[in-house]
Design a protein around this ligand. Structure first.
Ligand code: IPE
Ligand code: IPE
Ligand code: MG
Length: 244
């Protein structure tokens, strides 16, 4: 039987978890291997973490796969990553369908190669009616770029007379973001010990809880994921109010 959304969710469970999967390069370096080997090891972990979500009560998982700044890396690393994304989608499509996962991509597709964009579109379409967990993959994603693109679309609507500038509020703007169909993340996890957000979900994470953990992404197991989620349950979220 396929697990559906909300099967295991409680108030103590973050509904939406977003992960900055960092540390693949260092993981490989420590083993004297190429950075790309680290990315492949990281991709394996993604499969395990996705599989663990229904059992852990996580309804939405968003993963940072490639940032708008990652183009600064060597041409061979970027090319290797793009190849890995295509391979991952091809290999995982059937399994994601069997797991009832609904997949969406966020980020700017314009700079991505057409063969990859086709695979992304196809995976979104094939999984669009799935009712299990919601997996969002941030690919060529940058929070500032997303807000800029959203503002551009909003400005077009204003210019076309479809939107009154007086209606632009913190409730209308997010409707133009790539994440318009998603709730805000409750918990943002970053692996590899870096305590920064590197342009990830800037608008959406205004009230997220953060967990910066030392484990490198290829070493991040579902067991450790469970522990991080348990710590979330003990947190006191106030959203600016005074606790009752
Ligand atoms: C994260 O791992 C994966 C991507 C950014 C694509 P890194 O490649 O950043 O690994 P480190 O930070 O160099 O160890
Ligand atoms: C953030 O990691 C992007 C992804 C995990 C895809 P980076 O490794 O690119 O971030 P910085 O450069 O350390 O800030
Ligand atoms: Mg890194």
């Amino acid at each position: 039987m396929t697990m559906t959304r909300k099967d295991k969710s409680t108030d103590k469970t973050p509904r939406h978890v977003a992960i900055i999967m960092d540390g693949n390069g260092r993981w490989a370096q420590m083993r004297g291997r190429t950075r790309l080997i680290g990315h492949h090891a990281g991709a394996k972990r993604v499969k395990e973490i996705v599989r663990a979500c229904p059992e852990l009560g996580v309804e939405c998982l968003t993963i940072f796969a490639f940032s708008t700044e990652n183009w600064k890396r060597t041409q061979s690393e970027v090319a290797g990553l793009m190849k890995l994304f295509k391979r991952y989608i091809r290999h995982e499509t059937q399994s994601l369908c069997e797991q009832n996962v609904q997949v969406r991509f966020i980020g700017d597709r314009v700079r991505l190669e057409p063969a990859l964009v086709d695979l992304m579109d196809n995976l979104e379409l094939l999984t669009s009616t799935n009712t299990g967990i919601n997996l969002t993959v941030a690919l060529n994603y940058g929070g500032r770029d997303e807000v800029a693109r959203a503002t551009r679309r909003l400005a077009h609507d204003v210019a076309a007379g479809k939107l009154d500038p007086r209606e632009v509020t913190d409730e209308t703007l997010p409707k133009y973001l790539d994440t318009c169909l998603l709730p805000d993340p409750d918990l943002v996890i970053r692996t590899s010990g870096e305590a920064r957000i590197s342009n990830f979900l800037l608008w959406q994470s205004a009230y997220a809880e953060y967990e910066f953990i030392d484990t490198l992404w290829p070493d991040f197991t579902p067991e450790e994921f469970r522990k991080v989620l348990n710590r979330f349950g003990a947190r006191d979220r106030r959203f600016g109010a005074v606790p009752a």
